[in-house]
Design a binder for this molecule. Structure first.
Ligand code: NDP
Ligand code: OXD
Length: 311
């Protein structure tokens, strides 16, 4: 029997995904799942936040491929079968986008361009003598597919860079800290904090008053991972107190960010709508297709989520 694929990603336009998948698997049957229509059992699913009903209708799946790097949304579903292997996107074109975004956010702050922008909006002409790079040691939380590329990009921009990960990592030009016991030392060496951790039970609410207070002041926060890493009220209070100079936030506890959220009214916070590194469809489909081909040949693949660790 030919390969059977099912695509279920509410909010995504299915047609280009199906077209790209068909280019890799011309003989496969590729269905777009719908709650109303009949669902043919498939071998592999390509998904983003599928509804709970999806899993019950797909009892023959050998793996589900998440079309993003973060699997926190997928793992939250109580309907997700415990034995179903989940595979996440590993870079697939997102890392250079993330590196660009983070470097611009860090440089914008460390060169004082955020202050100049605010001055100019207030019709104030004030030449800004920006500080030395060495005054702004950058710490990257997470040194995985995205964090490691971001750290290298910051090193290339001559920043002093540290990374924090669960297991020890070697990134040329950056200092590595590993494990919970090393977090305080990492924070004490960091003024600009970049978050690229997955959202797991261990990392949820990690960016709270206790953690952010340990950064070198005045600190700066760039959160490009998940909104639930950050305790919003603690960040706002630390900005008001002057311990944190400001933040660039791309992700939020609730998305879209509610119109009444206090972040909108804090001029020292720069907001973007979860766009720091959007999924690159062509590269993602090519990566998924390569992994399906390997699984079909009985080979191992990378990017399989460890359900216990949560990423
Ligand atoms: P990876 O799984 O490749 O890397 C995760 C890193 O975090 C690893 O270095 C891992 O350590 C480290 N880590 C995980 N848990 C802990 C912990 N408890 N303590 C210390 N370190 C820990 O993920 P990616 O780099 O691909 O993606 C990171 C996140 O970025 C995603 O989960 C997603 O939430 C977010 N994202 C946001 C996007 C956006 O547009 N805003 C786009 C894409 C992703 P170790 O290496 O030892 O395993
Ligand atoms: C992802 C994201 O996890 O887009 O890939 O946030």
């Amino acid at each position: 029997m030919s390969l059977r694929l099912v695509f279920c990603a509410p909010g995504f336009k299915a047609e280009p995904w199906v077209r790209d998948l068909a280019a890799h698997f011309p003989d496969a049957t590729i269905d777009v799942w719908s709650a109303d229509g009949p669902s043919t059992p498939a071998d592999y699913a390509i998904v983003w936040s599928p509804p709970d009903a999806f899993y019950a209708s797909q009892p023959t799946l050998k793996a589900a491929f998440n079309v993003g790097a973060g699997v926190d949304g997928l793992l939250r579903s109580k309907a997700l079968p415990t034995a179903l292997p989940i595979v996440r996107v590993e870079d697939a074109g997102m890392a250079p986008l993330m590196a660009e975004y983070v470097v611009q956010a860090v440089v914008r702050h460390t060169r004082g361009l955020d202050t100049s922008e605010a001055d100019m909006r207030a019709r104030k002409w004030r030449t800004n003598r920006s500080g030395d790079r060495s005054d702004y040691p950058v710490g990257v939380l997470g040194a995985g597919a995205l964090g490691s590329v971001v750290a290298r990009a910051l090193v290339a921009q001559r920043f002093t860079v540290s990374v924090w990960s669960r297991s020890p990592k070697r990134i040329e030009g950056a200092r590595g800290y590993a494990g919970a016991a090393a977090l305080d030392d990492f924070l004490a060496a960091t003024r600009v904090l970049v978050n690229l951790l997955p959202l797991t039970p261990d990392t949820e609410d990690l960016l709270d008053r206790a953690t952010l207070s340990k950064l070198i002041a005045p600190a700066y926060v760039v959160n490009v991972a998940r909104g639930r890493h950050l305790v919003d009220a603690d960040l706002l209070a630390l900005i008001a107190e002057g311990h944190v100079a400001g933040a660039t936030l791309d992700v939020f506890r609730e998305e879209p960010l509610p119109a009444t959220h206090p972040f909108w009214d804090e001029p020292r916070i720069t907001l973007t709508p979860h766009c720091s590194a959007v999924t690159q469809r062509t590269e993602t489909v090519a990566q998924i297709a390569g992994k399906i081909a390997r699984l079909q040949r009985g080979e191992e693949i990378s990017g399989v989520v460890d359900r216990v660790r949560g990423y």
